[in-house]
Design a protein around this ligand. Structure first.
Ligand SMILES: Cc1cc2nc3c(=O)[nH]c(=O)nc-3n(C[C@H](O)[C@H](O)[C@H](O)COP(=O)(O)OP(=O)(O)OC[C@H]3O[C@@H](n4cnc5c(N)ncnc54)[C@H](O)[C@@H]3O)c2cc1C
Length: 505
């Protein structure tokens, strides 16, 4: 008879790590299973030659610092996970090419941000400022809805949270227009859509405001030693609390008892039982690893009704010169061919939007002295990769992709990168599908658009998946994509499972 755990967490991504750390710290016998030989999922690092690359993290939202801790800081602090945070105090530089284009750099801090907006679009300051005044009011409503477990009192919503009711169901564009923010200013601010993968005429404004506010108020945070530092610090919490982590352990089957409740998993041919299973793995894959007779029709329909979120293509460059020698001065640059987010989204196969980061700007010694690293990211869906691409042509496809984007950036910035490339690595949705195991290589779980927006997810999540003994956390869960959302879902689900097993509220 196999050992029985209180909790098995499948997947050591950001959310799985926090969930396992939470259950282990609260005295539950916890097993974390990870198919790779190291923790983190997206939150990891990899080496090429003398360079250690950050594979995913551009900017972590909702961190704050010791004096002004935001959600992520508090989650790590409560768990006792230590991280050496570094901060970037510009939000981004946005360059739209062409004669009607612009080149704007925005600072963190509401007033500096609004000042930079006013300089770029004279007359827009007051309307942009109103957007930031709105946000604290609407978050109170969100906190209330969460406290009420998705079932708020209608009268309370109307009387106490009228501002929330006014904007909650609208898109970013609708809300910004109603606040009188001019089109050019909207386009500049909405450059950030690229981080959420849904264009702003479709994206729920609460979702966007949450990210915007966090980046503008606190600036973005990065761990000193790549996101691997975050994952290792959480793994340490699990081990220190007596939890067990098994790497190279891919769950291949979810097990159900006679009442249709999940009671364990099979990994490496071993049957492992638990009172509760937490999945950091996307529901689609869990259902494919389950006997179909155990999946309630509503759960299956829900999963199938959702659309997979966006993925990315990326280029990682290790250069044999410093960023100053190269002529790079920014951490994050968004390059666009058209100012309008919808056009950027629709035309994404034609270099309509890409993001370039230089980590040395925030962490000067993140590469050996006299060198720097550059990180290109292009929004790409799995279906954007040509369907008829043959395995033997894949390398050529990746190299052409890299060549095109690097050349484009060189021309735009008037710099020479190609003669300084010492190491290069290129990833596509195929890479992310293979590494993370997600359908179509989605890095953002399910797209948060239309009916499946952030509000619907938060309000309905307790009723969504109905299988007893099984909970989901991760970028595919109720808070959507991104590091901070994954940590929040790991924290919420971890505590919920502690309460369910130990009793309490
Ligand atoms: C290139 C790139 C750039 C990004 N930039 C940012 C950014 O700047 N800011 C931001 O906030 N977010 C960013 N993201 C998104 C962010 O990384 C993800 O939304 C978030 O990390 C998802 O976390 P997760 O917990 O869902 O786990 P994932 O990272 O998806 O990890 C899931 C884990 O489960 C494991 N697993 C899967 N199947 C099994 C199985 N059957 N058995 C055992 N283990 C299994 C996987 O190996 C993996 O370790 C980026 C992502 C990428 C790829």
């Amino acid at each position: 008879m196999s050992e029985k755990y209180d909790v098995i967490v499948v997947g050591a991504g950001n959310a799985g790590l926090v969930a396992a750390a939470t259950t282990a710290k609260n005295g539950l016998k916890t097993l974390l299973l990870e198919k790779h030989n190291l923790p983190g999922g997206c939150a990891t690092s990899f080496r090429r030659g003398r360079f250690e690359f950050e594979p995913s993290l551009h900017e972590l939202a909702s961190v704050g610092d010791k004096e002004h801790p935001d959600t992520v800081y508090k989650i790590f602090d409560n768990l006792g996970a230590t991280v050496d945070w570094r901060y970037e105090h510009n939000t981004f530089r946005a360059i739209v090419k062409g004669c009607d284009g612009y080149d704007v750099t925005l600072q963190a801090g509401i007033d500096p941000f609004c000042d930079a907006m006013e300089a770029a679009v004279p007359g827009c300051r007051a309307s942009v400022h109103r957007l930031f005044e709105y946000y604290p009011k609407v978050t109170d409503a969100l906190a209330y809805i969460t406290r009420m477990k998705g079932k708020p009192n209608g009268l309370v919503m109307i009387t106490k949270h009228a501002d929330f009711m006014k904007i909650a169901s609208h898109s970013v564009e609708d809300v910004m227009k109603s606040l009188g923010i001019p089109e050019k200013a909207r386009n500049i601010i909405n450059t950030y859509w690229g981080y959420l993968g849904v264009p702003t005429d479709e994206l729920n404004c609460m979702h966007f405001l949450n990210m915007l506010y966090s980046y503008v108020v606190h600036g973005a945070a990065m761990p000193y030693k790549r996101s691997h530092e975050l994952s290792l610090s959480l793994a340490k919490v699990i081990l220190d609390a007596g939890g067990e982590i098994r790497y190279n352990s891919e769950a291949t089957e979810f097990l159900y008892d006679g009442n249709g409740a999940v009671c364990g998993v099979v990994a490496n041919g071993e049957t492992l039982f638990a009172k509760e299973v937490i999945s950091n793995v996307i529901p689609h894959n869990v259902f494919n690893m389950s006997d179909p007779k155990n999946i309630p029709e509503t759960d299956l329909k829900l999963a199938n009704a959702r659309t997979f979120g966006i993925s990315v293509s990326t280029i990682y460059l290790g250069l044999d010169c410093s960023m100053e020698e190269l002529g790079i001065h920014d951490y994050t640059v968004f390059v666009m061919t058209d100012a309008n987010p919808r056009k950027q989204y629709d035309d994404r196969k034609n270099k309509s939007l890409y993001i370039v980061n230089c980590l040395n700007k925030v962490i000067p010694d993140s590469s050996p002295e006299g060198t720097c690293t550059m990180f290109f990211t292009m929004p790409t869906f799995g279906c954007d990769v040509p369907k008829d691409l043959k395995p033997e042509d894949y390398k050529k496809y990746k190299n052409r992709l890299a060549e095109e984007y690097i050349e484009d950036y060189e021309k735009l910035m008037g710099i020479d990168m190609r003669s300084h490339i010492e190491e290069i690595s290129i990833a596509t949705p195929v890479t992310f599908a293979r590494y993370l195991g997600t359908p179509e290589g989605t890095i953002y779980g399910y797209a948060l658009s239309g009916w499946d927006n952030i509000l619907g997810r938060i309000s309905c999540e307790k009723d969504e998946y109905t299988i007893k003994g099984l909970s989901f956390c991760g970028g595919h869960a109720f808070r959507g994509d991104g590091y901070s959302s994954a940590y929040v879902t790991g924290d919420t689900i971890g505590h919920r499972v502690v309460n369910s097993i130990k009793g309490g509220n």
